[in-house]
Design a protein around this ligand. Structure first.
Ligand SMILES: NC(=O)N[C@@H](CC(=O)O)C(=O)O
Ligand SMILES: [Zn+2]
Ligand SMILES: [Zn+2]
Length: 342
């Protein structure tokens, strides 16, 4: 059987949630990834060092015995995040702070209403080397949902990149050719994560022949032309682009709903989904750098020393998974994947 062995990968953007969800989400992430950047959009959000350290403890309790998984913590920027909060978080080992424009996505109600409100925090982050992670969409009602990422880049991101010339910035879960091009041309220290679902699908998958809520995530899937640009970026070997699943567990009844939640659950089979994309593009040899090298390099962390093995051994994803009392539908539920984590 054909096999490939890779340096062990990390996930640079994941939602683990809290409480009963953690057993599911942490177990799934830890099976394939050594480290993960854990998003802070709990309710209420993780806003300072203390919140982050307590949350990290709750996550650690769910790591399977003997598994080396390491949750890397992030604080959530609000209009009230000040320089002192940033410095204390940095001292406590928090690696990044996340900007959610208020109202942009799941649990972003406490997010930033005007980027000017966090300029002192960004100054402090630049000084201590804390990374800025962005949900890059504007939220004003007059901007079409399919254009929100592009407008964010033009109106907000380009300014932040210039105003903080040594701040390390990750534009998370990019979905457009504009984003890929912006990051590619930007100064050093500006990178992007790309999800498996934005590489595998475009908006036709979500909307043709019936509305498929399990493909609904934010930023929303775009047209095929953008999907192609993302595949091109991810498989290009450019170190600015690296793996971030954005795996987000919403219970089945919250997705299959008249007002369904945004987010795709990919943690169950993430590395296998990415392998599918790289294989289809004829670029399997580029998967290791994207999944296991460019992320740690960007964050200034060591690459993992151990390895994982994937075998070309087709298998079917389950139709659903247990999450506490709920059911969770993994992305590509019931479909066959060609690569299996050994
Ligand atoms: N991507 C999503 O559609 N949802 C994420 C939030 C986010 O990353 O924007 C979630 O927390 O559910
Ligand atoms: Zn987001
Ligand atoms: Zn996310």
């Amino acid at each position: 059987m054909e096999q490939i062995t890779l340096r062990a990968p990390d996930d640079w953007h994941i939602h683990l949630r809290d409480g009963a969800a953690l057993e599911r989400t942490v177990g799934d992430a830890a099976r394939q990834f050594r480290r993960a950047i854990v998003m802070p959009n709990l309710v209420p959000p993780v806003v300072d060092a203390e919140d982050a350290l307590f949350y990290q403890l709750r996550i650690r309790e769910q790591i399977p015995e003997g598994n080396p998984f390491e949750p890397l913590m992030v604080i959530y920027l609000t209009d009230r995040t000040d320089a002192e909060t940033v410095r204390l978080a940095h001292k406590a080992g928090v690696v990044a702070a996340k900007l959610y424009p208020a109202g942009a996505t799941t649990n972003s109600d406490s997010g930033v209403t005007d980027i000017a409100n966090i300029y002192p925090a960004l100054e402090a982050m630049q000084a201590c080397g804390m990374k800025l992670l962005l949900h890059g969409e504007v939220t004003t009602a007059d901007i079409d949902i399919f254009d929100r990422e592009q407008v964010f880049i033009e109106k907000i991101l380009s300014r932040v990149v210039d105003d903080f010339p040594t701040l390390k910035i990750v534009l998370e879960h990019i979905t457009t050719a504009h984003a890929a091009e912006f990051v590619q041309k930007a100064r050093d220290g500006v990178g992007a994560t790309i999800t498996a679902h934005h590489l595998l699908y475009n908006r036709n998958h979500m909307l043709v022949g019936g509305i498929r809520p399990h493909y609904y995530c934010l930023p929303i899937l775009k047209r095929g032309y953008h999907q192609s640009a993302l595949i091109e970026a991810a498989t290009s070997g450019n170190p600015k682009f690296f793996l971030g699943t954005d795996s987000a567990p919403h219970a089945q009844n919250k997705k299959e709903n008249a007002c369904g939640c945004a987010g795709c659950y990919t943690a169950y089979s993430a590395i296998e989904l990415y392998a599918e994309v790289f294989d289809q593009a004829g670029k399997l040899d580029r998967l290791e750098a994207f999944a296991s090298e460019f992320g740690p390099d960007f964050y200034g962390l060591p690459r993992n020393e151990d390895t994982i093995t994937l075998a070309r051994d087709p298998w079917r994803l389950p139709e659903s998974l247990a999450m506490g009392e709920d059911r969770l539908i993994p992305l590509a539920a019931g479909e066959t994947l060609n690569w299996r984590l050994v």
